[in-house]
Design a protein around this ligand. Structure first.
Ligand code: FE
Ligand code: FE
Ligand code: FE
Length: 193
């Protein structure tokens, strides 16, 4: 008879989803770094590629805590996000908006990861897996930081490169941990394309 499914099962299935997504995302990172024109952006991608390797290892540790083999399960969301990114790179890779497109695609990926790791961390805590929750939170913070760095680059140099002029001036920490994409529109100037 079919066993009733529990939060434990959902946790495991979502772990597989993220494991797949993380690996697919980190495979894209070198391509993104290579495509980036802005050196700061390139560096951000390179750094996050290294981070992603550690994130994969953390997931493997959590699988171990679950007593399950680390195994991925195709994540259609990440597949779709990667497809979109490739399309933008094909269509805009040679344009002055190349970096803006790269950042936008990368942030969509980070936001998916933030959603997933936030959920997994909460479930791990609810399931009494405090060590797993801690590992998942470490990754969550890295994804959030990456998202913030990308926002900062987008607000500054990438827009400048795209010919919009006017670096958004010293907006110190107005936009802190919200984790969203460039929320605060720089005053004046045209709205996003
Ligand atoms: Fe990641
Ligand atoms: Fe997914
Ligand atoms: Fe990430």
């Amino acid at each position: 008879m079919a066993k009733e499914k529990t939060l434990n099962d959902l946790f495991l299935e979502t772990m597989k989803d993220v494991y797949y997504a993380e690996k697919q995302g980190s495979r894209m990172m070198p391509k993104m770094a290579k495509a980036a024109k802005n050196p700061e952006l390139r560096q951000a991608f390179e750094r996050h590629r290294e981070e992603s390797e550690g994130q994969v290892e953390r997931l493997e540790q959590v699988f171990e805590m679950l007593g399950k083999p680390a195994r991925g399960k195709p994540c259609e969301s990440m597949q779709g996000l990667v497809e979109e990114m490739k399309e933008v790179m094909d269509d805009f890779g040679q344009s002055s908006a190349a970096d803006a497109g790269l950042i936008a695609s990368a942030q969509a990926i980070e936001h998916y990861e933030i959603a997933r790791y936030g959920t997994l961390k909460t479930w791990a805590a609810q399931l009494g897996m405090d060590d797993a929750a801690k590992l998942l939170d470490e990754t969550l913070q890295e994804e959030k930081r990456t998202d913030e760095i990308l926002s900062r680059i987008a607000e500054g140099a990438a827009n400048e490169d795209a010919g919009q002029g006017e670096l958004s001036d010293d907006d110190d920490d107005a936009e802190d941990e919200s984790g969203g994409p460039a929320k605060e529109k720089p005053k004046g100037k045209s709205k996003a394309k």
